[in-house]
Design a protein around this ligand. Structure first.
Ligand code: MG
Length: 383
């Protein structure tokens, strides 16, 4: 097959940040570090496939974090980073790659240009790694005082991605198995492979501490545009024995009248999302005059709005919905509704709120003539 493949190493426990979520699964700007770092390779034109090496305990986390990233199935890591990379390399054998790039999941800001430059470096060398020249003056300490100043002119800080000719690095890793080398260039060096340095940038830093996570969040928010949109919808009560609200069927002594399933909750949410990206309203996308939407499940409309947000390079930060009626009682169904909306949009439940209120028997909702829904959506574009 040939081509260039990427391995993203995400098997570490990385608990230095505190909490019990390994750092590569921590989210910044609504996406995990892993989704960002792996995504950079998935969307790169010169990369033919991306494999993530994970810890067995993280399988659920992995699937949640990467559900919108087009990856090869993950493989299990080993006891050390080095062993995890070896397992990742072995897993690519069937593809017979020409070259492979190895990248840390905790470096979410790797740029297209850096990936391209590392790939290009492999035309001339069996190895090429991203690195930055040391700019600070370096001191060697002895007994609490400076012993001497180290010449920094030939010193670099190694980053990832680190690229290699596939067969050569696989052999080097097999030969170095059992050692605990901290990067793949060191494995290549042991095998006598020439590895060139590709000048990278500080932004491609590894998220290790809480300060790093703050810096990452600042970088994301700086390049992110926050949008909000609102939606409002009303449907009239009519004959029937159930209603649909937020994709949940609720038994009632009436139904809701409408062209589709009359799910005012999903309609308001759909309009809020469309509003946030300036994409018109639900009627423009799904005209009631079009027979094909008769009795359609409204999940189709919401899903479409979510897809439009994604196509704009955005993601949903949160949705807040208020349902307004005297009956039926909404509260017992609110959690199921939020869960269903989450399912439709692949969105975590804590980003969705479903609330209910009455209008104290005033107005059309108070008289039980109809049900109203209002929603606000917050969407992040870019970042
Ligand atoms: Mg409607």
């Amino acid at each position: 097959m040939g081509g260039c493949f990427a391995i993203v190493v995400a098997a570490g426990r990385g608990t230095r940040l505190g909490g019990d979520v390994p750092k590569q699964y921590r989210e910044i700007g609504g996406r995990s570090l892993l989704a960002r770092s792996a995504g950079a390779f998935v969307t790169h034109a010169e990369i033919d496939g991306v494999r993530v090496v994970i810890h067995d305990d993280d399988l659920d986390r992995y699937h949640r974090a990467t559900r919108r990233v087009d990856l090869l199935p993950p493989v299990s890591g080993g006891r050390t980073r080095q062993e995890s990379v070896l397992f990742g390399l072995r897993s690519l054998r069937d593809f017979q790659p020409d070259t492979v790039l190895i990248h840390d999941a905790a470096r979410p800001f790797v740029s297209t240009a850096t990936i391209s430059a590392v790939v290009a470096g492999l035309d001339e060398f069996p190895g090429a790694i991203a690195a930055v020249p040391v700019v600070d003056t370096l001191k060697r300490e002895r007994d609490g005082a400076i012993a001497d100043t180290v010449d920094r002119s030939a010193l670099w800080r190694a980053q990832t991605p680190q690229g290699f000719h596939y067969e050569a690095i696989l052999r080097a890793h097999e030969a170095a198995a059992g050692q605990d080398l901290t990067d793949d260039a060191a494995v290549a060096e042991c095998a006598g492979l020439a590895v060139t340095l590709i000048e990278s940038v500080d932004d491609n830093f590894k998220v290790t501490t809480d300060d790093d996570l703050d810096r990452a969040a600042r970088m994301i928010s700086g390049s992110m545009e926050i949008r909000t949109g609102m939606g409002f919808d009303v449907h009239r009560f009519g004959p029937g024995d159930r209603i649909w609200l937020c994709g949940v069927e609720i038994p009632h002594d009436q139904g809701l009248v409408g062209h589709s399933d009359a799910d005012a909750g999903l309609h308001a949410l759909t309009d809020a999302l469309l509003g946030a990206i300036g994409a018109g309203d639900i009627g423009a996308h799904f005209p009631p005059s079009d027979e094909k939407w008769a009795n359609a499940p409204s999940s189709i409309f919401l899903q479409h709005a979510g897809e439009l947000v994604r196509r704009r390079g955005g993601h949903i930060l949160n949705l807040d919905l208020t349902l307004i009626c005297e009956a039926p009682r909404i509260r017992p169904h609110a959690d199921a509704m939020a869960a269903r909306v989450g399912e439709i949009l692949s969105l975590a439940a804590d980003r969705i709120s479903v609330k209910a209120t009455t209008t104290e028997r005033l107005g059309f909702t108070g008289r039980g003539e109809g049900l109203a829904a209002q929603a606000i959506a917050t969407v992040a574009l870019g970042g």
